[in-house]
Design a binder for this molecule. Structure first.
Ligand SMILES: *[C@@H]1O[C@H](CO)[C@@H](O)[C@H](O)[C@H]1NC(C)=O
Ligand SMILES: *[C@@H]1O[C@H](CO)[C@@H](O)[C@H](O)[C@H]1NC(C)=O
Ligand SMILES: *[C@@H]1O[C@H](CO)[C@@H](O)[C@H](O)[C@H]1NC(C)=O
Ligand SMILES: *[C@@H]1O[C@H](CO)[C@@H](O)[C@H](O)[C@H]1NC(C)=O
Ligand SMILES: *[C@@H]1O[C@H](CO)[C@@H](O)[C@H](O)[C@H]1NC(C)=O
Ligand SMILES: *[C@@H]1O[C@H](CO)[C@@H](O)[C@H](O)[C@H]1NC(C)=O
Ligand SMILES: *[C@@H]1O[C@H](CO)[C@@H](O)[C@H](O)[C@H]1NC(C)=O
Ligand SMILES: *[C@@H]1O[C@H](CO)[C@@H](O)[C@H](O)[C@H]1NC(C)=O
Ligand SMILES: *[C@@H]1O[C@H](CO)[C@@H](O)[C@H](O)[C@H]1NC(C)=O
Length: 661
């Protein structure tokens, strides 16, 4: 009976049964095939879909919604459905002047179009003009291929089963007064696109705008042609495709919504990761003429100053300071010593921001007025430096809004200079313990903890290698101009392949933040980072240092003190008096509990950063707060029991804990 009813409904509303309507504000936690189907080199990269693989020469990748969209009720029907879609993408070449490729939004009868080629074919089209399968693409092309009549290296086009576009237009949008505002699609900027496909009139409208600009009313490109129908099959896969050759270009999809019953749902534009060119020194791509002029100027300057440099070099540098072969591998991020010296006024005292265990940090202003921080690290051997560089260079590819971005490096003999984004608000400890000019309220503190959790989650889980930070502490958490938290100083971090057991002989880190197991086995893991993060959580909530000898003895070690109070049901007494009344007590108790859970003496009982992040954000994660924190019941041993205390540093041999590099 009900089956019959279903059949009748099916007959009455053939298309609405298969209606698609989805909104992905991030691809965090997605799995292949159940949520998005990834083909070839495409992968989930933390919260985004990354389409190509940097290490494969002819790499291409596609990402499709796993269910096909119904374009016609039956294969020989003339009725064609409409849909509306919106997405956010970012295209970032490693070298700004390299030939680009771009990204394509695609409707295809198959997830693997036959004969599809990489490079300028988007991993989608073949080089033959014969129609192989129904295929329609909207290209966001960041390279100019004159053989395909591309107008420039930054255009949008409609492709009907052929890489040669039916129509193209330069990338940009029309503003409210009708003026055309160009958009550069290949500098990593997050760009929002809207596509309206009108099946009744066979019209496609494409609109793009940078994130933050509201939807322009006039589309960038409008294409109307009955021929479109010839490139559609009754059901089609819908998604994205991109490819590359030697030149590395990161094509990312950050968010996507689609509806075939109405307007695509609104994407929430806040909180997207930011992708920026790593080195500003390679952005000299404004064409051949500029290149020639620049070349002449450079030539003259070289002639004029050549003799001077030669003279100076001979005079000042007996020692060989040549660039070694291996350094060329990491070339795109390299700054010259002169450039950095100039930017820091010759590493002058006035520019000194601080000096830590690893060397001095200077504030610098690059010629394009960008402010950066230059960290000078001394290293004893060139071999060690080379290994270090391999790591640093991979870390230069780490990009996350909650990490202090590494922009480049420079070597001068055995001194390495690392160039980071400059963080105008300094480090978190100054805002919590020292007498800050302005008190951070609980909302701001909580926001910073979430930021750090997200950054650390990215290091642990968001990348193809697990990155252990090893020195999480409040002085390594920097505040950007909006006082948002960013995790800095990867100087200590080492990279491990996923699943590999890390081994190391030296304990590094900072007293007060070190997980207890490090005193005995000296092998940092992501769990020991979680421990340090837990200490930071308690610091921020309680507004005091992890070890404070000026307190009464039983309060000197923060973790132990909070744990004791918690055991007696008085956890809130530990909270920073300065933010009294500024917080919700239930939430504060949860945060303190979370901090203690992170500091669990047994590494395997600590939550992962993924779980911590979900809890802080208040999202419904795989583990509910109750599950996650169940190990923390007041009467349970390990937490409130004094016998196996994680935070009791007095039992660990101090020389191990203190061997700071
Ligand atoms: C992925 O798909 C599965 C199965 O449909 C669903 O349970 C899960 O919620 C989806 N995950 C996300 C992050 O949307
Ligand atoms: C994703 O799943 C599809 C279909 O099962 C499979 O063909 C493809 O190889 C998978 N991709 C990745 C990257 O695992
Ligand atoms: C890129 O491809 C290589 C080999 O083809 C593979 O070993 C590597 O894991 C891939 N990288 C990513 C990030 O998928
Ligand atoms: C195509 O249309 C004809 C009538 O125009 C119909 O007889 C036939 O069954 C249709 N074929 C399919 C596959 O729908
Ligand atoms: C589309 O794909 C289906 C199966 O994947 C196939 O049966 C059909 O012939 C294809 N349609 C066209 C027009 O190529
Ligand atoms: C198309 O590409 C294939 C594979 O790269 C190549 O062998 C063939 O010569 C190309 N054909 C044309 C017409 O360019
Ligand atoms: C629109 O863009 C034009 C230039 O393309 C500019 O002159 C004009 O000021 C802009 N109008 C608004 C309202 O932004
Ligand atoms: C596409 O844009 C044109 C011109 O602005 C407009 O007339 C038309 O209604 C639009 N179509 C859709 C489906 O948005
Ligand atoms: C967008 O997301 C942020 C947090 O990620 C949230 O605070 C905000 O309310 C959301 N905006 C809308 C319109 O949903």
């Amino acid at each position: 009976m009900s089956a019959l009813l279903f059949l009748i409904i099916l007959q009455l509303f053939p298309s609405s049964i298969f209606a698609l309507d989805f909104l992905f504000n991030s691809f965090n936690g997605f799995s292949n095939d159940t949520n998005i189907t990834l083909i070839n080199d495409a992968r989930f990269d933390f919260s985004v879909v990354r389409l190509t693989n940097d290490s494969n020469q002819f790499s291409f990748g596609r990402a499709f919604y796993p269910t096909k969209i119904t374009m016609k009720p039956s294969s020989n029907s003339t009725t064609i459905s409409s849909f509306s879609t919106s997405f956010v993408f970012s295209v970032l070449p490693e070298i700004a002047s390299s030939p680009g490729f771009g990204i394509a939004f695609v409707l295809s009868n198959t997830t693997s179009p036959p004969g599809a080629l990489a490079s300028q074919y988007f991993g989608l089209f073949s080089n033959s003009s014969a129609t192989v399968a129904p295929l329609l693409a909207i290209e966001f092309d960041t390279g100019q291929n004159p053989e395909f009549n591309d107008p420039d290296d930054n255009h949008i086009g409609i492709d009907l089963n052929n890489i040669e576009s039916k129509v193209t237009t330069s990338a940009g949008y029309y503003n409210s007064s009708g003026g055309f505002v160009p958009i550069r699609m290949r500098n990593g900027e997050n760009i929002r696109a809207w596509i309206e496909f009108d099946g009744t009139n066979l019209e496609i409208n494409v609109t793009i705008a940078p994130i933050g600009v509201s939807r322009p009313s006039r589309p960038t490109l409008s294409y109307k042609n009955p021929d479109i129908a010839d490139y559609l099959s009754s059901e089609m896969f819908v998604g994205f495709s991109a490819s590359k050759t030697e030149w590395i270009e990161a094509q990312r999809v950050l968010a996507w919504s689609l509806s075939d019953t109405g307007t695509a749902r609104e994407i929430n534009n806040t909180n997207f990761p930011v992708f920026e060119p790593v080195s500003s020194s390679s952005s000299l791509s404004s064409g051949a003429i500029a290149g020639i002029i620049l070349g002449c100027v450079v030539f003259l300057v070289i002639c004029a100053s050549g003799f001077y440099w030669w003279w100076r070099k001979n005079r000042l540098e007996e020692e060989d300071d040549e660039i070694e072969d291996w350094e060329l591998e990491y070339w795109p991020h390299r700054f010259s010593y002169e450039e950095l010296s100039q930017a820091t006024n010759g590493f002058s005292k006035e520019q000194l921001l601080g000096s830590g265990g690893f060397g001095k940090v200077y504030k610098a202003t690059l010629p394009n007025n960008t402010e950066v921080a230059v960290k000078c690290v001394n290293h004893d051997s060139k071999q060690g430096l080379r290994e270090f560089m391999a790591e640093i260079s991979s870390m230069g590819r780490l990009q996350h809004k909650n990490l202090v971005q590494l922009r480049g490096w420079c070597r001068k003999r055995n001194e390495l200079m690392l160039v980071y984004d400059y963080m105008p608000n300094g480090s978190l400890n100054r805002w919590i313990f020292d007498k800050p000019t302005e008190l951070l309220g609980w909302d701001q503190r909580r926001r910073i903890l979430i930021d750090v959790a997200e950054g650390l989650n990215y290091l642990h889980h968001g990348w193809d290698q697990v990155v252990i930070h090893r020195d999480i502490k409040s002085s390594n958490i920097l505040l950007d101009s909006d006082k948002r938290g960013r995790l800095g100083d990867f100087g200590l971090a080492k990279l491990y392949q996923h699943g590999e057991i890390p081994n190391t002989t030296r304990v590094v880190g900072t007293l007060g933040y070190l997980a207890p197991e490090l005193a005995t086995i000296a092998a940092p893991t992501s769990a020991s980072d979680v421990y340090s993060f837990g200490v930071v959580v308690l610091e921020v909530a309680c507004g005091r240092k992890p070890i404070d000898m000026s307190c009464p003895e039983e309060e000197a070690v923060l973790i132990d003190w909070v744990r004791d109070l918690y055991g007696n049901g008085k956890a809130l007494e530990a909270v920073d008096q300065r933010i009294k009344g500024d917080y919700n007590e239930k939430e504060m108790e949860m945060i303190l509990k979370l901090g203690l859970a992170c500091c669990h003496p047994q590494p395997h009982r600590r939550p992962t950063m993924k779980e911590v992040g979900a809890l802080l954000v208040g999202e419904e994660a795989a583990a509910t707060p109750a599950d996650l924190l169940s190990g923390l019941a007041r009467d349970e041993s390990g937490i409130t029991d004094g016998g196996d205390r994680g935070g009791d540093f007095s039992e660990a041999p101090p020389q191990v804990l203190l061997s700071h590099n």
